[in-house]
Ligand binder design. Structure first.
Ligand code: TXA
Ligand code: MG
Length: 341
């Protein structure tokens, strides 16, 4: 057991937070750090004992590989071997989207411990855009392995208090930099080269780098459940609140049971139309009230799911967004959060 300390990485506290995090990482400990997507539980990627603590704190099965974060593009070669036939594409994507929420699956170097990749010959790599994460990554000097800082199968944390609820007592330090500005986890792709044509991008997880943004660089194909190369951790059920949760495609598909208290997780709230009016909801939580902005909805998604989970509802009903832009990633999270039935 730890007494989990929170250090605020404000302007004044920036250096203190960085130094405290780096000394713990150097000592082989784990620390929760903000990234632009969600909070991550960080360990020195080249220290297998430290990485083992990440799995233990999260109660995560060891077949589920971790994403490795590099501080500079120069560090890519330390963790990944970029094949010649996709080198140009990797460079283009890195130029366009790094630092940022795009994870690329590449063959790993021998230096990356097998525990990090769950025994796979590949490694998922990204460069975080969060200034504090980057400062810590750079000062540490080694790549950082960091999954989302939640217990396995639960909602990803987008604030320090959410991390505290998930991992308080299990880790020594949380660096608090306020809310994450993307709100959902990075897009994950694998690149398949093609002779004389644009490569295929197999999308393992939809995220902030949408298919619309990726399309200029490659042909998009979604990795479906059951695909041989599906990401091991992308289980169908994930991001789950403790309260029963259900994504309903159309209002007429929902038949309430008498006496039960239902809450609606809505995109636009009162102005959003048929879902809000279809039932006497106990509560309506809007992800982006009014006109609806997808980016705002993404930022608020996990926060709202946590908030609704604490309302003592019998069930949370979620309405889908249109399958464009960030809507794809948001619907994906809502679908996975749905209680299997
Ligand atoms: O935005 C993010 O990606 C956050 C922040 C902290 O960077 N991290 C994150 O990590 O969401 P995690 O562990 O919660 O999700 C990583 C996903 C898992 O589903 C895992 O299976 C997949 O990435 N993954 C990692 N390495 C892989 C590999 N070599 N091949 C296939 N999938 C991989
Ligand atoms: Mg996760």
């Amino acid at each position: 057991m730890f007494e989990t300390k929170i250090i605020e990485a404000t302007d004044d506290g920036m250096a203190e937070a960085r130094d405290a995090a780096v000394s713990l990482l150097q000592a082989g400990e784990v620390v929760a750090l903000p990234t632009e997507t969600v909070y991550g539980l960080a360990a020195d990627a080249f220290n297998p004992e430290a990485v083992a603590k990440v799995f233990a704190a999260k109660e995560r099965p060891t077949f589920d590989p971790l994403i490795v974060h590099i501080a500079t593009l120069g560090d890519l070669e330390r963790v990944a071997i970029v094949p010649d036939d996709i080198r140009e594409t990797v460079n283009k994507l890195a130029n366009e989207f790094w630092p940022g929420p795009l994870t690329i699956i590449l063959p790993k170097t021998p230096e990356v411990p097998d525990l990090v990749t769950g025994g796979l010959p590949t490694v998922g790599v990204r460069q975080s855009a969060h200034p504090i994460f980057r400062a810590i990554n750079k000062t540490l000097g080694n790549p950082i392995a960091a999954p989302s800082a939640n217990r396995f199968g639960r909602i990803s944390p987008t604030s320090a208090s959410a991390v505290m609820k998930e991992l308080g007592g299990r880790i020594p330090l949380i660096v608090d930099a306020g809310a994450c500005n993307e709100g959902i986890e990075s897009t994950i792709i694998r690149i398949e080269p093609r002779e004389g044509k644009k490569p295929i991008f197999h999308v393992h997880r939809a995220g902030p780098i949408t298919k619309e943004k990726l399309q200029p660089f490659g042909k998009i194909e979604k990795v479906k459940p059951g695909d041989k190369l599906q990401s091991p951790g992308q289980l169908e059920s994930h991001y789950a609140p403790l309260t029963p949760f259900r994504l309903i495609e159309k209002p007429e598909d929902f038949t309430p049971e008498p006496g039960k208290r239902y809450g609606l997780l809505s995109y636009k709230g009162e102005d959003g139309g048929e879902f809000v009016r279809s039932h006497e909801w106990e509560v309506v939580v809007a992800l982006s009230p009014g006109n609806g902005k997808q980016a705002e909805a993404a930022v608020r998604l996990f926060y709202a799911m946590r908030e609704m989970d604490e309302m003592g509802l019998d069930e949370i009903i979620a309405e889908p967004m249109s399958e464009v832009g960030l809507g794809v990633a948001i619907n994906d999270r809502l679908r996975r959060a749905s209680t299997p039935r």
